[in-house]
Design a protein around this ligand. Structure first.
Ligand SMILES: Nc1ncnc2c1ncn2[C@@H]1O[C@H](COP(=O)(O)OP(=O)(O)OP(=O)(O)O)[C@@H](O)[C@H]1O
Ligand SMILES: [Mg+2]
Length: 334
């Protein structure tokens, strides 16, 4: 395809707005202008024209008034557990092609309990859990301490603090109350899986899904052996990444197979990142959560680090996601 024929690609996004924060991490899911610019530059390098579109109310008219061939969807949406589906639902309604998973997969992926339920129906191991909707909810007898308490529909370690592990009923109550009150959403209470942590990047569709090299998150400090908001923010102090992970090939195959089954059962498209822990009790992988709209901060977001270790520079990663979508819609690759 010559450069005159290249497509108009709208880039949808939601920017951080750090004024009036209720919690320090309130805006953690949203993006900085630098990240949006980096994605836009990478799309431009493919020869496509970039039309930046912040996903605010005005996008409803703007998207219909411009000629757009494809949307590179990076919008977090505004509010609620369905927020990542807001822009994709609009695009599906208007029959405008877009990168990444559709609105149904994005809604399920953001809701940790729902995605775990789907995994369970596919016999994929995942820690036992319970949703706490109200502060008066009582812990089921089948769950065993220690338990980790997280907001049910957030990402970027939002709401996960260094003391988010409950070892008794008293600390569980403090932690669930904190989530329900401060984040105004249900808390997911899940059996804590002690052991190694891996995150798996996947690219592609159908039979051609590529499972990228496994990345291990190595926790350097014994007191914080999980990815809390603080650990993520100060990653250079608390963690080391190893990609490709040093792992025996049998376990590696098991983890990759699990990641692929989750990707397929949730009907993911083009890209996703899946978090898995291997329990030190039985050496089995457990599905923790899926990110069908993974962060793309160059050199910081896990997927960009994984891609680089697979010899895919940042711009190539963006191009690859875009091309997976073009292929899926039967359009020419760029
Ligand atoms: N059941 C569990 N057992 C052990 N550790 C857990 C468990 N659930 C979560 N964690 C730890 O907490 C971290 C954050 O949890 P999770 O991945 O569910 O949250 P998130 O905010 O959606 O993550 P992301 O930043 O990947 O979007 C995990 O990476 C892991 O270190
Ligand atoms: Mg995670």
């Amino acid at each position: 395809m010559n450069s005159q024929n290249k497509y108009s690609v709208a880039l949808t996004y939601n920017l951080k707005n750090e004024s009036n924060l209720k919690n320090e991490d309130d805006q953690a899911e949203f993006d900085s202008i630098e990240t949006v610019q980096a994605i836009a530059r990478a799309i431009e390098k493919t020869g496509c024209r970039v039309v930046p579109m912040e996903a605010t109310r005005s996008i409803v008219n703007e998207i219909q008034n411009r000629h757009i061939d494809m949307v590179f969807n990076f919008a977090e949406g505004l509010k609620g557990r369905g927020r990542e589906s807001q822009v994709p639902a609009l695009l599906s309604f208007l029959s405008i092609p877009f990168t990444g998973s559709d609105e149904t997969t994005l809604a399920i992926g953001l809701d940790k309990a729902l995605s775990k339920r789907i995994a369970m129906t596919e016999n994929i191991r995942t820690p036992k859990f319970q949703i706490f909707f109200n502060s008066s909810d009582v812990l089921k007898k089948s769950l065993q301490f220690p338990l980790i308490v997280k907001p049910n529909a957030e990402g970027s370690s939002k709401g996960i603090i260094d003391s988010s592990i409950a070892s008794d009923e008293y600390s569980l109550k403090l932690l669930t109350d904190r989530i329900i009150e401060s984040y105004e959403e249900p808390a997911i209470v899940e059996e804590y899986v002690p052991g190694r942590e891996f995150t798996v990047g996947l690219l592609g569709n159908g039979k051609d899904v590529e499972v990228l090299p496994l990345m291990e998150i190595l926790f350097e400090k014994d007191e914080n052996p999980f990815y809390s908001y603080n650990v993520k923010k100060n990653s250079e102090k608390f963690i080391r990444y190893e990609c490709p992970a040093k792992i025996d090939s049998k376990l590696e195959k098991k983890i990759k197979r699990m990641a692929l089954r989750i990707f397929t059962s949730l009907q993911c498209r083009d890209v996703a990142r899946i978090d898995i822990r291997v329990s030190e009790k039985d050496n089995e992988p457990y599905f923790i959560e899926i990110n069908p709209l993974p962060g793309l901060i160059d050199g910081f977001s896990d997927l960009t680090i994984i891609a680089r270790s697979a010899n895919m520079e940042y711009d190539q990663l963006i191009r690859r996601i875009l091309n997976e979508a073009f292929k899926r819609y039967g359009m020419n690759e760029v």
